[in-house]
Ligand binder design. Structure first.
Ligand SMILES: CC(C)(COP(=O)(O)OP(=O)(O)OC[C@H]1O[C@@H](n2cnc3c(N)ncnc32)[C@H](O)[C@@H]1OP(=O)(O)O)[C@@H](O)C(=O)NCCC(=O)NCCS
Length: 216
C-alpha cells in the first residue's frame, strides 16, 4: 500500500519528502502528483487543506469585503455563488494536477478565514509564484506569516524548485512585511506592472531561493 502511494507520488521508497536538499538528478514529487493532492499542512493556529464545497459561506464572508479584494486580482464576491464558483475552480485544478490553493482553516473556530497557494508554477525555470488573502478581522495576528512559512516549506520539500516569488501592490506594505518575515528578499519595484481595478499599478517583487534557506 505504502509503496504504491510512494510510486504514485514519484518518490523512492525509504525516501523522506522533507529535509532533503535539492538534487536535480533525483525524483521529487511529480508536480502533477503534488498539485492533485496538496498535502494537509498545520501551523500553531491554522490547518491548510484543500477546498470543500461546504466552505463557500466562509469564503464569501471575507471575499465579499472590498478591503480584502482591494489589492488582489479578483473582484469582491457579490454572492455565495461567486464563492462556490471559486471553490469549484480550485477543485477542478486539483483534479487536473494544476497549481492551486489551500484553504486556511482557523483551528480555534473551524472556520475558513482565507486562502493561499500557487499563482503559477514553471517546471522549466523551477520557479513558482505564491499569493494569499485573509479575512480582515484576522489581520495582524501573524496568521499569513504562519501559513506562508508552511507553504514555503512544503513547496521546497516536494517540488524541484529553485525559486519562489511573490509580488504585491506597492500600496500594500503588509503583504511585503509577511514576505520579509518569511525570509524573502525584496528585489525591486516593477513600474506599471499590472492593470488592476481600472488602473496601472506598480508592484513590488520578492523572491526566496532554495539556497536562501541554508543562509545563517
Ligand atoms: C496581506 C495580508 C495577507 C497579511 O496577512 P496578516 O495575517 O495580517 O499578516 P501577518 O499578521 O502575518 O503580518 C502582517 C505584518 O504586516 C504589518 N503591517 C500591517 N499593516 C502594515 C502597513 N500598513 N505598513 C507596514 N506594515 C504593516 C504588521 O504589523 C505585521 O508585521 P509585524 O508582525 O512585524 O508587526 C492581509 O492583510 C490580507 O489578506 N490582505 C488582503 C489581501 C491581500 O492584499 N493579499 C496580498 C496580495 S499580494
Amino acid at each position: 500500500m505504502l509503496s504504491r502511494l510512494l510510486r504514485r507520488l514519484a518518490i523512492e521508497p525509504g525516501e523522506s519528502s522533507s529535509g532533503r536538499s535539492y538534487d536535480p538528478d533525483r525524483a521529487y514529487f511529480s508536480d502533477r502528483a503534488y498539485f492533485s493532492s496538496l498535502p494537509r499542512l498545520e501551523t500553531a493556529d491554522l490547518i491548510l487543506r484543500t477546498a470543500l464545497r461546504t466552505d463557500a459561506e466562509d469564503v464569501f464572508l471575507y471575499a465579499a469585503d472590498p478591503e480584502v479584494a482591494r489589492y488582489v486580482l479578483w473582484d469582491p464576491h457579490t454572492s455565495v455563488g461567486d464563492s462556490l464558483a471559486y471553490i469549484r475552480y480550485l477543485r477542478r485544478l486539483y483534479r487536473e494536477g494544476m497549481p492551486s490553493s489551500w484553504m486556511l482553516e482557523l483551528k480555534s473556530t473551524g472556520k475558513v478565514i482565507g486562502s493561499m497557494g500557487f499563482v503559477w508554477y514553471s517546471p522549466l525555470n523551477r520557479s513558482a509564484e505564491l499569493g494569499y488573502s485573509l479575512a480582515r478581522p484576522c489581520w495582524n495576528h501573524g496568521l499569513a506569516t504562519q501559513a506562508l512559512s508552511a507553504v514555503v516549506r512544503s513547496a521546497f520539500d516536494n517540488l524541484p524548485l529553485h525559486r519562489l516569488e511573490a509580488q504585491h501592490d506597492l500600496r500594500n506594505p503588509a503583504s511585503g512585511r509577511v514576505l520579509e518575515k518569511c525570509g524573502f528578499t525584496r528585489e525591486g519595484i516593477l513600474r506599471g506592472r499590472i492593470f488592476n481595478k481600472g488602473e496601472m499599478v506598480d508592484t513590488v517583487l520578492w523572491s526566496l531561493l532554495r539556497s536562501d534557506l541554508s543562509r545563517p
